[in-house]
Design a protein around this ligand. Structure first.
Ligand code: PLP
Length: 380
């Protein structure tokens, strides 16, 4: 059976450059960067270069990049540390109703602990009104957390506008951005956005799972995630995951080198996919065409997305009923758009790469056409 992977927002295959870098570090450059001998010094040098590479891809300074184990860790750390920094000023948080669980769940836990949260609501197309963000700011707001690219809709959120509103209001809140779906998928820099903290993850850009980074704006004093040795400036101790970091850096270098061509190729494929799907399936509705090249969301009202995902999977076409993190339940993201139940039931997130082929798209269209013919519709 042929395989057509259309779930690149869930995770990506490891790029050959990243796999080669990982193998090299595992077998040759295996020293502990804290060791004083030559293998240790070599590992420390390599780590420095790898940090520079990730920082360059991000458009940040190397000392602003702290390595973590994943995007979820970066998000949780940023949120807790921002509240710790603002603990004498207040207990109000502003975030959106369409954040990934890695932001949503820690903030919901804080709400239960007594923090007051303003959840910004999207419009029916998945966009957040920047004026709503500005209006939510208060004197006691200590954290604004807003993702850059929504992982289920592909919409861009007004992070730069939120930063400007925070500054204009003279509000001391820190601004955190979950840029896991934006890194090397849409052009931005943390400085250009005006954020204090920004999370990224390796496995979305062709690095292995188990590595991420938190950007911490220069001058911002962060509380440590854990206590231990002095690694990562003493803020995120633990022997550095040099293998994953080397792979992350290799993927970042490769992604940065081909960024413009990759974005253009993915955008073309998305256009083709939307055109082919809407032509072949008149009842298909586009929930979000996506502002970024690699993600869009559609629905087949009357069908169940879980069933569609399995049906397509049996034919070698792999996509998602939303974020991979909440299988079985309606996605809170699609639900936040106020869509009819039949739309929510049939919602699908399709995510592409620059290497998605016309064959992949043809298989998707054929698979959904077959699903419509062979599966039971609650609307028929
Ligand atoms: N934030 C967003 C927007 C994501 O899409 C994901 C992964 O799906 C995460 C955070 C979590 O990243 P990780 O899987 O590296 O923990």
């Amino acid at each position: 059976m042929e395989h057509h992977y259309l779930d690149w927002a869930a995770t990506t295959p490891v790029r050959p450059e990243a796999a080669a870098a990982a193998l090299e570090v595992m077998t040759e450059g295996y020293g502990n960067p804290s060791s004083g001998h030559e293998p240790g010094r070599q590992a420390a040098r390599r780590l420095r270069e790898d940090r520079e590479a990730v920082a360059a891809a991000l458009g940040a300074r190397p000392e602003e990049v702290l390595f973590t184990s994943c995007g979820t860790e970066s998000d949780n750390w940023a949120i807790r540390a921002a509240l710790q920094a603002g603990r004498h000023r207040g207990k109000h948080i502003v975030t959106t109703a369409i954040e990934h669980a890695a932001v949503r769940e820690p903030i919901r836990a804080l709400e239960r602990e007594g923090y007051e949260v303003t959840w910004l609501r999207p419009d029916s197309a998945g966009h957040i009104d920047p004026a709503q963000a500005a209006a939510a700011l208060r004197e006691d707001t200590v954290l604004v957390s807003m993702m850059l690219v929504n992982n289920e809709l592909g919409t861009l959120l007004p992070v730069a506008e939120a930063a400007r509103a925070i500054r204009a209001a003279g509000c001391p809140a820190l601004l955190h951005c979950d840029a896991v779906q934006g890194f090397l998928k849409t052009p931005f820099t943390p400085g250009g956005l005006g954020v204090d903290l920004l999370s990224v993850s390796g496995h979305k850009i062709g690095a292995p799972k188990g590595v991420g980074a938190l950007y911490v704006r220069r001058g911002l004093k962060l509380s440590p995630l854990m206590l231990g040795g002095g690694q990562e400036g003493g803020l995120r101790p633990g022997t550095e995951a040099t293998t994953q970091i080397a792979a992350f850096a290799a993927a970042a270098r490769a992604g940065r080198a081909s960024l413009e061509a990759d974005l253009a190729a993915a955008a073309r494929r998305k256009e083709e996919a939307l055109t082919a799907l809407t032509a072949a399936l008149p009842e298909l509705r586009v929930i979000s065409p996506g502002d970024v090249p690699h993600i869009f969301a559609v629905t087949l009202p009357g069908y169940k997305s879980e069933v569609l995902v399995r049906f397509l999977s049996d034919r070698g076409v792999y996509l998602s009923s939303g974020s991979a993190c909440h299988r079985g339940k309606h996605s809170h993201v699609f639900a936040a758009l106020g869509l009819p139940k039949s739309w929510l039931d049939g919602a699908l997130r399709i995510s592409l790469s620059p290497r998605t082929s016309p064959d992949d798209l043809a298989a998707l269209v054929q698979g959904l056409t077959a699903a419509r013919e062979q599966l039971f519709s609650t609307l028929s």
